[in-house]
Write a protein that binds this ligand. Structure first.
Ligand SMILES: Cc1cc2nc3c(=O)[nH]c(=O)nc-3n(C[C@H](O)[C@H](O)[C@H](O)COP(=O)(O)OP(=O)(O)OC[C@H]3O[C@@H](n4cnc5c(N)ncnc54)[C@H](O)[C@@H]3O)c2cc1C
Length: 433
């Protein structure tokens, strides 16, 4: 029987393994951590449950829904209508800002509305080629300067002109003039965007999802970090020196890490493509706090540079993750790929939250720091070509790249499930041929 090896027991790797196992194939999954689930893990500290960072499930496809039912967890996922906001100029207005400027201070609202109307009147020029040009053309100067530029530059740690447009399609709501005018007057009441409704486990955090898949996999090896991948001789080596051969390999670890661990001589174009990949890490400060949550929002965006975080979530507002009368906070801060975490960063973040009335430090019962590395791929102008080169190189060696970081893209948990299903399908089809 052909040996199928999967590197990484995150959601994508688990779904590939589960689907192949379901089809009667024997699969080995090597996961470096002591638990499966990757970024979708949750941990328990004291009386609180913390996700590695805020993870809300958006289900757009029937296939995903059927899969979640088959896993037996559909009824344990509560449905929520998004209640997200933007903290700007000392006020909080609902997300997305482009159709909710009504909640902003008048001067900022005026800038946003005027800029949008001017940009609308000037439409029809040259096609934008960078995120900066696209934002100015679509939303105008006010929304650009108050929200899109500072928020995205904080998140991606990259200037808006260095970002391309390959990622904006699905994730940035694009209203027309009437919607924006309605939004400035508080008349827009339709929920928009890919995340208008989401699901989240009633209890236990988002780990319910990967755990329900992992529980079905026989060949899952935890604490098995792959340190070398040999494409020519088709083996991998783990940190304890064991070698495993494979006939088919699925890689779900991040693309730059895969290249770094590939033990063959690499062509120069692959080395150059690897160097061109850029990303940011995210450090998540999770807090368990006594007392009721300070707001009823699920999460808030912070575009202004005086705040070190770009987003702050209140997971206990949508899930049973805190004891009665307490709440949780999840503070996300983006960092460059290299280096540690600046010593005073967490204290600065907490102080900033205290100053705006979102945290009472004396009531903090638990603090947990988690690091996601990589967290966001930086879609700069070199990404598309570099990724194409690397995908081709691994495809030529019969390796399937599956999931958000192996494919080096921007995607969500539902995509990881579908990526895993599609990857398994490709195998099953090829074995049938
Ligand atoms: C900050 C942030 C917020 C997000 N929020 C949401 C959200 O709200 N909703 C949503 O739907 N999605 C969200 N996502 C996206 C979601 O996390 C991903 O789409 C999904 O988890 C990708 O799963 P994966 O299996 O591709 O990757 P991973 O979960 O990273 O799995 C890869 C696995 O490979 C393992 N691995 C790495 N190196 C090795 C090695 N050398 N040997 C063996 N194993 C190895 C890792 O430990 C990991 O378990 C968010 C992502 C981030 C970063």
């Amino acid at each position: 029987m052909k040996k199928i090896l999967i590197i990484g027991g995150g959601l994508a790797g688990l779904v590939v393994a589960e689907r192949l196992g379901n089809a009667g194939l024997v699969v080995t999954v090597l996961e470096r951590e002591a638990e499966a689930g990757g970024v979708c893990r949750s941990l328990q500290q004291g009386k609180y449950t913390f996700d590695y960072t805020g993870h809300l499930l958006h289900v757009a496809c029937d296939e995903t829904k059927e899969y979640l039912k088959d896993l037996g967890i559909w009824s344990r996922l509560d449905v929520h209508t998004r209640n997200a906001g933007i903290h700007l100029g000392g006020e909080i207005t609902p997300y997305p800002i482009q159709i909710h400027t009504w909640g902003l201070p008048p001067r900022i609202r005026r800038d946003c509305l005027l800029g949008f109307v001017r940009a609308w009147a000037d439409r029809g020029g040259e096609e934008p080629t960078s995120f900066r040009e696209w934002v100015l053309e679509r939303f105008g100067e006010g929304l650009a300067e108050h929200f899109f530029f500072p928020y995205n530059e904080k998140l991606y740690r990259t200037k808006a002109e260095e970002l391309c447009l390959d990622w904006v399609g699905r994730y940035v709501p694009k209203p027309d003039l009437e919607e924006v005018v309605d939004g400035a007057l508080g008349l827009h009441d339709e929920a928009v965007g890919y995340n208008a409704v989401f699901r989240y486990p009633t209890e236990g955090g988002i780990r319910l999802l990967p755990d329900s898949v992992a529980g079905r996999i026989a060949g899952l090896h935890l604490g098995a970090e792959v340190v070398k991948v040999n494409l020519g001789e088709k083996w991998v080596e783990t940190a304890d020196g064991s070698r495993l051969s494979w006939d088919h390999l699925v890689a779900t670890l991040s693309l730059p890490l895969l290249v770094d661990r590939t033990a063959d001589d690499l062509p120069q174009e692959v080395v150059d493509a690897r160097r061109a990949l850029r990303w940011v890490r995210v450090v998540n400060l999770a807090l368990g706090v006594r007392g009721a949550a300070p707001v009823d929002h699920h999460w808030l965006y912070f575009p202004e540079i005086q705040f070190p975080f770009y987003r702050v979530g209140f997971p206990s507002n949508h899930g049973g993750v805190a004891p009665e009368g307490c709440h949780t906070v999840s503070v996300e801060i983006s960092l460059d790929p290299d280096g540690g975490v600046p010593g005073d960063l967490m204290a600065t973040a907490e102080r900033a939250l205290v100053d705006i009335g979102l945290l009472d430090q004396e009531n903090i019962e638990e603090r947990v720091l988690t690091m996601l590395d990589p967290a966001y791929v930086v879609f700069d102008h070199h990404r598309r070509e570099a990724v194409a080169t690397l995908r081709q190189f691994y495809a030529d060696h019969g390796v399937q790249l599956t999931g958000r970081w192996a494919e080096w893209k921007y995607s969500a948990m539902e995509d990881a499930i579908l990526d895993g299903m599609n990857s398994a399908r490709r195998f099953i089809r090829s074995f049938g041929d």
